[in-house]
Design a protein around this ligand. Structure first.
Ligand SMILES: [Zn+2]
Length: 459
């Protein structure tokens, strides 16, 4: 009798295991709180939850601090959901929460029948710094005229909690650089009003703290329209064969003239421009330049900035590109002067641009010299204004010996003529910095650009 009882018990246990086994799993859900720092504020953040076994059942996100627990998310999942990304966005007013120390709790439950049908639970707690106060931001510089396709400078002061600041314009962002004042919360942001955005885009100065709280300020300015030229350029098959094929350095015997043209003028140009942008965005936090930038001596501008060029091959328009600099020609193999003081950050071949030198002048300002026959500087060289960096030539996509000369701000090409103009520099840069240094007690004026009388850009 006793033996029969044990047999029945064993049979029941086996039956239970067979019935429930598929419903049981031993792995608990995984939770990952995706935070850039331990500061949380109004910037949304993600919580990744997943379960390898039966899937998720419920996820709760709770914030506790000096206030009642706030439920930031509470999600139930239908059967079969193995993972989710929950975006959490704090609404301080609705939640009635204040800045301070707090704790973020995530409780994730799966559908396992383990633990008396309650499922496996994962609880993750993280101490956070709840920061709901945006940085302070005061724009110091005064009204200005900005040319479409040209440059501008804004001087502003933020509170010390700022981690990123600068100028937003459409999809473009121009970071601020610390000015060398006693008050180290003053920044300079050189920016472009890019040639390729519409005139209705607004210039917004922005400061962001570690929790992603943002303070923005508009800028008073007048945007001046600039008429950029449009032109058609007829391409000969001869040019494609003799100039473009050698640049490509690949077997193109099966490609048509049009295909070769697009490979160079479009694909390679895009790649080359991306590299210029990448290099230009790694600028020094130091204004190395002084006074007006120089134009190649004795040169005239032969092709303008932001000319919109339509390329025509055998009567068919096949491509459209902007010319992002000036073409300057003097005589063959003419010595090229550095436009201003800076550091050489590129000295090599660059696709359509041929032999190219780039000089970083600091705070996002960069000059580019292309189609050179010889390069006489190396990466890392410090150059002074007027130092000879090489000679003009016709390497890359060039028809005839000339210098292609570009000025970039944080990788965006701008009209060089402003930077050649002493009056423009005085009005738009020097005056603003001097005003701010008067207000913020310049600690070291030596590194600020001095007005130089030796410039004459009228050649
Ligand atoms: Zn050019």
């Amino acid at each position: 009798m006793k033996r029969l009882f044990y047999v029945v018990i064993i049979i029941l246990i086996i039956a239970g295991l067979v019935y429930f086994y598929p419903e049981i799993e031993w792995s608990s859900p995984e939770v990952k709180i995706d935070l850039e720092s331990d500061h949380i504020g109004t910037r949304p953040f993600d919580i990744d939850v997943s379960d390898k076994g039966k899937g998720l059942k419920n996820v709760k996100v709770i914030l506790s601090g000096d206030h009642e627990d706030s439920i930031l998310a509470n999600k139930n999942y239908p059967e079969g959901v193995k993972g989710d990304k929950i975006e959490v966005k704090l609404d301080p007013k609705k939640l009635g929460i204040k800045s301070g120390q707090a704790e973020l709790k995530v409780i994730a439950e799966d559908r396992s029948r383990l633990k008396i049908f309650a499922g496996n639970k994962t609880k993750v707690e993280k101490k956070v710094n709840l920061d709901l106060v945006p940085p302070k931001l005061d724009v110091i510089s005064t009204d200005q005229y900005i040319n479409h396709g040209g440059s501008g400078l804004v001087v502003y002061r933020t509170s010390p909690d700022t981690v990123v600041s600068g100028v937003h314009l459409g999809d473009y962002f121009f970071p601020g650089y610390k000015a060398n004042f006693k008050d180290e919360n003053v920044y300079l942001s050189f920016f472009a009003y890019p040639y390729d955005i519409g005139p209705k885009e607004k210039i917004i100065v922005v400061a962001e703290d570690a929790a992603g709280n943002e303070k923005t300020s508009g800028l008073f300015y007048t945007l001046r329209n600039v008429n950029y030229r449009k032109s058609d350029i007829n391409i000969s098959e001869n040019f494609v064969e003799n100039v473009m094929v050698p640049i490509l350095d690949e077997d193109v015997s099966d490609s048509s003239h049009k295909e070769i043209f697009l490979k160079v003028n479009n694909e390679m140009r895009t790649k080359n421009n991306a590299l210029i942008e990448e290099i230009a965005t790694k600028s020094e936090n130091d204004m190395m330049w002084e006074g007006a930038f120089r134009q190649l001596s004795n040169s005239k501008v032969e092709a303008n900035f932001a000319d919109e060029r339509t390329y025509i091959l055998n009567g068919e328009p096949i491509d459209k590109q902007y010319h992002l600099g000036y073409d300057l020609a003097v005589t063959k193999r003419y010595p090229i002067e550095a436009a201003n003081n800076g550091v050489v950050v590129y000295a090599d071949d660059l696709g359509i641009y041929g032999n190219t030198v780039m000089i970083d002048h600091g705070m996002g300002v960069l000059t580019l010299y292309s189609h050179m026959s010889t390069i006489d500087v190396n990466v890392g060289d410090q150059v002074k204004k007027n130092d000879i960096i090489g000679r003009t030539g016709e390497t890359g996509l060039a028809a005839g010996d000339h210098l292609h000369y570009g000025i970039y701000i944080n990788g965006v090409a701008v009209r060089p003529i402003e930077w050649w103009d002493k009056k423009w520099i005085d009005d738009n840069v020097i005056t603003k910095i001097n005003q701010a240094s008067g207000e913020f007690n310049s600690a070291n004026t030596e590194s600020l650009p001095q007005d130089s009388n030796t410039d004459s850009n009228s050649e």
